[in-house]
Write a protein that binds this ligand. Structure first.
Ligand code: UDP
Length: 250
């Protein structure tokens, strides 16, 4: 069997050339990083959970007409996705204050925001993904005005969908990050949701108890990360069977 060509290795995923032109295989690793990779660990089972959860969210989005890069899941850790040109922005949507906006604006974590707030960060690890405005985005040509209109509309549709799906299982969608990419169909260029949507890139709090069910569990040493992600998966009916390591019986 021919060895696959690795296109890119990031903090949580590896991208390989796909079987057909215009496709990519996205492999989910167990590696967890936080604070711009200052904190690192390997969390057994995280990749399997994120592969399934991202499949679940992206499929739901495709079904309601929000275009995503997701084509199909290939196995426990891999999914086939459409190749796209990633726009160098992290698009953050916030419903409640937490994390960096709480620090920046002195808002108590958990404060409901007057309306969803969309923020943009420039994707550059060396710079720590700095917050940027639409002025920077336009001036440096990272995205056009038409792209920004489409990005805002995609971000808000993803927010409505994810908020509803989470609310139905007793989880509050505090905030999340998406990435978008450009695909070309003949002469037409469109933007689609790319990368992943998983508890690595969302803040998810239990509505009743406030328990954190996302990457803050790792960032803030609040317990076992796979237990938290498994709870999200269980409530959503994703991976009903828990993944356990085979044990040898004497
Ligand atoms: N986020 C992400 N990747 C990043 C930065 C943020 O997935 O590189 C997500 C994060 O998990 C949270 C939301 O975007 O759900 C808002 O993050 P925030 O700006 O509060 O950053 P943090 O507190 O993580 O520094």
């Amino acid at each position: 069997m021919a060895r696959r060509t690795k296109i890119y290795e990031g903090k949580a995923k590896i991208l390989y050339e796909g079987p057909e032109p215009g496709t990519i295989v996205q492999y989910f690793k167990d590696d967890a990083t936080a604070f711009n990779a200052e904190k690192k660990d390997v969390i057994e089972g995280k990749g399997v959970l994120n592969n399934r959860l991202s499949e679940f969210f992206m499929t739901g989005l495709n079904n309601i007409g929000v275009p995503t890069h997701f084509i199909r899941r290939l196995n426990m850790r891999e999914q086939l996705v459409r190749a796209c040109e990633i726009v160098p922005l992290e698009i953050i949507v916030r419903n409640y204050a937490a994390g960096s906006i709480s620090k920046r604006l002195g808002l108590e974590e958990g404060t409901q925001l007057p309306r969803p707030i969309v923020e943009y960060c420039y994707k550059d690890d060396a710079l720590g993904d700095p917050l940027v405005t639409e002025e920077h985005i336009a001036a440096f040509g990272w995205a056009s005005q038409q792209d920004m209109d489409d990005i805002l509309s995609l971000a808000l549709r993803v927010n409505d969908f994810l908020s509803g799906v989470m609310l139905a299982v007793g989880i509050r969608l505090v905030d999340f990050k998406i990435e978008v990419g450009r695909v070309y169909d003949g002469d037409l260029m469109r933007l689609i949701v790319a990368d992943e949507i998983s508890p690595d890139s969302c803040r998810l709090w239990d509505i009743e108890t406030g328990q954190k069910l996302d990457k803050d569990v790792f960032r803030r040493d609040l317990g076992n990360l796979t237990d938290a992600y498994s709870e999200v998966a269980r409530r959503l009916g994703v991976m009903p069977k828990t993944v356990t390591k085979p044990t040898l019986i004497n």
